[in-house]
Structure formats: C-alpha cells, structure tokens
Design a protein around this ligand. Structure first.
Ligand SMILES: Nc1nc2c(ncn2[C@@H]2O[C@H](COP(=O)(O)OP(=O)(O)OP(=O)(O)O)[C@@H](O)[C@H]2O)c(=O)[nH]1
Length: 342
C-alpha cells in the first residue's frame, strides 16, 4: 500500500453461514435445577464476559430469575477495553446493578464481598439460614474462578490467599467451555455473616441471535470446540474487530507491516514467518497452513496477546446509538446497594 493510500477498515462484516447452536443436555438440566433452587436464593450473581457484554447476556437466565435481586458482574476486565460509560447507560435504562471484575483479583473480590455482606446486614429479618447466592452465566465466563476467590477471601485473609488457594479450591476451573457439568452442593464463603452459594454450569441460549454473536462467543471461549465456526471465518471476524478498534494495524504489526482487511494476507504472512506450510492432496507446492494459523491467532486474542478487545463492536454501537427508556415494569431494586467498580 502506498503511503498516500489511507487504510479504511471494513464497516460491515460479510454474511457467512455458521452454526448458531451449542446447547447441551447438561445445560438444560442445570436450568431445571436453577428453577428448583430459585425460591431459596436471595441474590443472583450473573457473570458476563466484559469482552462480549451483549453476547454473554443470557435471556434464559433472566427469565428464570425474573423476580430475584441480581448483580451483574462483567468479568475479565483485565482483557476488555469496554467503556464503563456504556455499561452505565445500558444498565441505567434497565434499572440493573453491575460491577466490573477480575475474578482472580483479591481487591475486586474484597469489594464484592463487602457488597454481599452489606446486603445481608440490610435484610430484615436476617435470613436464619444465611444469605444464599447463586452464581450463573454462560460457559467459561469465570464462575468457578470467582467462587474459589470468594471462598478464599471470605474465609481467610488475602495475605495468604495464594497459599490457601489450593486447599480452598472447591470449584474446578479450566480454560475451555463446559468444565462445570452440574450444580454444586451449597458452598460457604463467609461465616460472620453466614453467606452460602451455589456454583452452576454455564448455560447458553438454545440458539444464538446471529452470526456475529456466535463469533463473539467463540472468541471469548464460550462455545465448545466442536460447534465453533471455521477458524478462518472466526479469525476474519477478529481482524474486522481489530481494524475497527485500531485501524493502524499495530496489533498485528509483528506479523504484517501494514493494515489489511484480507485475512488470507495476514494468515499467509504469519504462516510464512513461522514456516507453517501444509501439503494439499493433488498439489505439488505446499501452501500456508491457514486453518492452523487462524487457530493460533484466535488463541493469542483469547490470552490478551493482541491487546484489550471487545468483540461485540456492532452490538455495543447499536446500544450506544439507541435512545433508552426505563421499562415501566422494571423491578425497583435499590441500586445504591451496589458499587460499580472500574
Ligand atoms: N484474564 C482473566 N481470566 C479469568 C478471569 N476469570 C476467570 N478467568 C479464566 O477463565 C477461564 C474460565 O474460568 P472458569 O472459572 O472455569 O469459568 P466457568 O464460568 O466456571 O466455566 P464453565 O465451567 O464452562 O461454566 C479460566 O482459564 C480462568 O483462569 C478474569 O477475570 N480475568
């Protein structure tokens, strides 16, 4: 590209056909269990990934806990550039409380525990069996990580959180979707006041809204490998998001010297640099391994190696542009109970 040419990122993503479902039997069972336990729950912690705040919001969970007090936790804040003004505007219109979190941070967990304990102290009469919480959300958003942090900090001191972490881990954590398969037994996270919670398996919608939602969910690791879209399509969406976020091409400068809208150009350059070629049946020459390189690029994005990214670019923009009104039937929660955090 000549220096005179100005790079223009794509503003519309091509309409690929991708699978829109990843709903499993254990998720359906988990929903039934949530409905069964719902009457004894005082507060629902709904986790969403801050890199896909709209796509990881689950209307099924909202229906199950329609009448419950709820605090929305946007997790993985360390990987997301999302503007808190957007979250404020969005939730103000829905009369909902929210907080930004790194589930592994002692500081954030402390702040959350303070909110939870305050909630207990404000209840009259105090719940005789302790305050009961349920931690819900889509797969891989950080539920089990949060449960372990709450228990470590809630029952111990944060100075020895690292030492006690192993002993106190009650919920299995993993880097892929679907690690928790069933609702936990009740777990104590604080003694005075008595606070108990249930960890639950991640639940998706039976079918997601559209292709971009599915690609966003794949990029934050919510979709199981078998149902994810083709890695090259997912990497192309990642490129679309990266260019809209920063049109200078800086995020992939290490692999390619100018911004591009052509995913094959970027993957080809990356594969050549790594010497990652593949022989295609019936062809003499080896070709760059586009699929393998696309998977590597996706993994880098998931680990935060391409900088902070929000994959819900179009969804966030359409919410930002809309004119909010508080629905008349919105529950009247006391929002002063909750801090937003940053
Ligand atoms: N960077 C970052 N990583 C996090 C955070 N919270 C959780 N993780 C990581 O995200 C991955 C998924 O965490 P889990 O706690 O297993 O997620 P889950 O929601 O219980 O997953 P399911 O069992 O599939 O429902 C793990 O690799 C965690 O270490 C966070 O706030 N920031």
């Amino acid at each position: 590209m000549s220096l005179r040419q100005v790079f223009k990122p794509r503003t519309v993503f091509p309409d690929y056909r991708v699978n829109l479902a990843d709903f499993k039997g254990h998720q359906s069972k988990a929903l039934a269990k949530m409905r069964e336990l719902s009457p004894q729950i005082d507060l629902v912690l709904e986790l969403r990934d801050a890199r896909a705040p709209v796509s990881t919001s689950n209307t099924l969970l909202q229906k199950v806990f329609r009448d419950k007090e709820k605090l929305i936790l946007y997790t993985k804040k360390d990987l997301s550039p999302i503007n808190t003004r957007f979250l404020n505007k969005w939730h103000e219109s829905l009369n909902e409380s929210w907080k930004f979190m790194d589930c592994r941070s002692a500081n954030d967990t402390h702040q959350l525990l303070t909110i939870i304990r305050k909630k207990y102290n404000e209840m009259y009469p105090c719940p005789p069996l302790g305050l009961r919480l349920m931690v819900v959300g889509m797969p891989n958003v950080g539920k089990s990580t949060l449960v372990n942090s709450l228990r470590s900090i809630g029952l111990g001191s944060d100075r020895d959180i690292m030492i006690k972490k192993k002993r106190r881990s009650v919920a299995k954590v993993g880097s892929h979707a679907g690690v928790t398969r069933s609702t936990s037994e009740i777990i104590r996270i604080s003694r005075d006041p008595e606070v108990l919670l249930y960890d639950t398996p991640g639940v998706l919608l039976p079918q997601v809204k559209d292709m971009q939602t599915m690609l966003s969910l794949s990029l934050v690791g919510t979709i199981s490998k078998i149902n994810q879209a083709d890695p090259v399509i997912t990497a192309d969406y990642l490129l679309y998001v990266m260019n809209l976020t920063d049109p200078s091409g800086e995020r992939y400068r290490k692999y390619f010297d100018h911004p591009t809208n052509d995913i094959y150009e970027l993957l080809g350059a990356m594969a050549t640099k790594a010497g990652n070629f593949k022989r295609i049946k019936g062809e003499k020459e080896k070709r760059p391994n586009y699929v393998g390189t696309a998977s590597e690029l996706i993994q880098m994005a998931q680990m935060g190696k391409l900088g902070k990214l929000c994959f819900d670019v179009d969804a966030v923009k359409s919410i930002e542009d809309s004119d909010f009104k508080i629905p008349e039937d919105a529950p009247n929660w006391n929002r002063r109970n909750f801090a937003h955090g940053d």
